[in-house]
Write a protein that binds this ligand. Structure first.
Ligand code: NAP
Length: 556
């Protein structure tokens, strides 16, 4: 059967349905992928393990969860009608509103009939004879597809910490990345939050308002910038919408992180102390992730970075009344921005509340969880509920949970045992017709995910159309092109300060995970250009195979 015509139907040999494309995950990536592939007239089945769409915004329902990119920008740009008609209520939308938006998109573009909810993909095996994938789902079905697209998300595999006694805790245990759907009530309870990354930093102020006492267990202090969140007025929305064409173009083509903002024209050391402070004050007052865009060398030059790190440490000391607590909250083991910077609402001020205690578990590690307490080397803290804000097996974790077998029966986990290897972050050699959206080796988590998702989906769609139009059956990254790309990703990362932090970007939060800088740090604008050039040269660095004769397109 040709892959080049829609091929839905029963595959009697495999015993299940046959599709042109199976997409794994119905978050923002999977939904847009479905929409675009339908536009090519292909048959698509999306499998989603949750019982609703929305991906990260479906799972991360913890108190205070909201986006750290402004919502007018953290939204799809592919449909002007959609971006003109949707009203974001606040500068940074809260999780329920983002989930509502995801559901709106699913309805508006009539995506639901092609999405199977409550269904995991357990296995995907490439059939080298037929150039198709056999995909096994958690409900025991096997389907066949020409292509598989992994839209599994970069931060979707919540990580339970390996702490002795955790399973014996008598109260409720919650993970921020896997929050219950029913309301969680902390009123009158003594609550522990373990972890002070973005999820902890967002949830702590909200939990503190409910709990009788909140104890925050901090291993590493983090840099956080105030969000200064506020309702958006109709005038603000309209003004933003009017400039959408330029905002979206600029974010895609001219930025590193996919966020439209004023671009720096100088380094931190080009200004004197007073001018520098004025600039930092102004960005602090504006709030949010763009704090790192005050100067153009904060990610590159340690001395420059120190000026920004010092500024934020001073702010923490100004906000937090108890000097000892302030000192503990001041990050001191990584340059600002080399771990994902956090965006908060009243995080540091929360430690001025009488019902909040900060415990430094760097000097006094948690030894075990007792049925009613957290035991550190120094003492026991009695608590009624535990909130684990301990993060994710990022970028590779969700892919690793699927048993993916490519050529010669090699599994993707075997291939990635020493770290993920991809060409452009979209394909891995030896795994034909398997695409990854925002995979390792692409800007993904270093960017506004919406920008990176749309770019990958558009590129993959064009690529599949190219194959269809030219009669190609299989496409695969060339090993040599992949090796060069992996080396390039690594080289660029090491021209920056990023590798200096023990971050999840490096896999450092997972014991035993290879420590390799996973995302591509060259920036979304540069990366887009590289991908476009590859496509313009007939998908240089990929091998495309027709039924009769293989065509090789060598990487230069
Ligand atoms: P994270 O940044 O990985 O933070 C996990 C925290 O848990 C860290 O403080 C870590 O300490 C601590 N931890 C992990 N294991 C521990 C253990 N066994 N004992 C004690 N402490 C432990 O995870 P996250 O906060 O969920 O955020 C992950 C990413 O998701 C963010 O960086 C961001 O990209 C994204 N996110 C975005 C938003 C948003 O858009 N608003 C919100 C939440 C998350 P160490 O640092 O010492 O390892």
């Amino acid at each position: 059967m040709s892959a080049l015509q829609p091929i839905s139907g029963k595959d009697h040999a495999a015993g299940g349905e046959t599709y042109d494309v199976v997409v794994v995950g119905a978050g923002f990536a999977g939904m847009y992928m479905l929409h675009k592939l339908r536009g090519l007239g292909l048959t698509v089945r999306v499998y989603e393990q949750g019982d609703g769409v929305g991906g990260t915004w479906y799972w991360n329902r913890y108190p205070g969860a909201r986006c750290d990119v402004e919502s007018m920008q953290y939204s799809y740009s592919f449909s002007d009608e959609l971006q003109q008609e949707w009203d974001w209520s606040e500068r940074y939308a809260p999780q329920p509103e983002i989930l509502k938006y995801a559901n709106h998109v699913a309805d508006r573009f009539k995506l639901r009939p092609d999405i199977a909810l409550n269904t995991r993909i357990d296995q995907a095996t490439f059939d080298e004879t037929a150039n198709t994938w056999r995909v096994t789902t958690s409900d025991g079905n096997t389907v066949t597809a020409k292509y598989v697209v992994l839209a599994t998300g970069c931060l979707s595999n919540a990580r339970m910490p390996d702490i002795k006694g955790l399973s014996g805790f008598k109260g409720k245990v919650y993970h921020t990345g896997h929050w219950p759907h029913e309301p969680v009530e902390f009123t009158g309870l003594r609550v522990a939050v373990i972890g002070t990354g973005s999820s902890g930093i967002q949830s702590v102020p909200v939990i503190a308002e409910q709990a009788s006492h909140l104890t925050v267990f901090q291993r590493t202090a983090n840099f956080s910038i105030p969000a200064h969140n506020a309702p958006l007025s109709q005038e603000e929305r309209e003004a933003f919408r009017a400039k959408y064409p330029e905002v979206r173009r600029f974010a895609r083509e001219e930025t590193r992180n996919g966020i439209y903002t004023e671009m720096p024209d100088r380094g931190a050391l080009d200004d004197g102390d007073n001018e520098r402070r004025t600039r930092y004050e102004s960005r602090w007052a504006y709030g949010g992730l763009t704090f790192m865009a005050v100067y153009n060398d904060l990610a590159l030059n340690k001395a420059a970075n120190d000026t920004a790190s010092d500024f934020v440490r001073e702010k923490i000391a100004e906000i937090v009344k108890d000097p000892q607590t302030a000192k503990l909250l001041q990050p001191n083991n990584h340059p600002i921005g080399t771990k994902r910077i956090c965006v908060d609402t009243d995080y540091f001020a929360t430690f001025n509340r009488p019902n909040v205690t900060l415990v430094d578990i760097r000097s006094n590690p948690i030894e075990e969880i007792l049925p009613n307490a957290v035991r550190t080397a120094a003492r026991d803290y009695e608590v009624d509920a535990l909130v684990l804000a301990t993060g994710f097996d990022a970028m590779t974790g969700s892919v690793a949970k699927i048993d993916i077998r490519g050529r010669n029966g090699q599994t993707l986990n075997q291939k990635w045992a020493e770290g993920p290897k991809t060409y452009l972050g979209v394909m891995s050699a030896g795994f034909p017709n398997l695409f990854i959206i925002t995979g390792p080796g692409s800007p993904s988590v270093l960017s506004n995910m919406m920008v990176s998702i749309e770019q990958h989906v558009d590129w993959i769609t064009d690529c599949i159309a190219h194959m269809r139009d030219r009669g190609f059956e299989a496409m695969e990254a060339e090993k040599q092109a992949e090796e060069s790309w992996v080396a390039h990703v690594n080289e660029v990362a090491h021209t920056t300060l990023y590798p200096q932090a023990n971050s999840w970007y490096m896999g450092a939060n997972i014991p035993g995970k290879p420590q390799i800088f996973m995302p591509y740090i060259g920036g979304v604008g540069v990366y887009r250009q590289i991908c476009n050039n590859v496509a313009a040269k007939g998908y240089e660095g990929f091998v495309m195979t027709a039924v009769e004769q293989p065509q090789k397109i060598a990487a230069s």
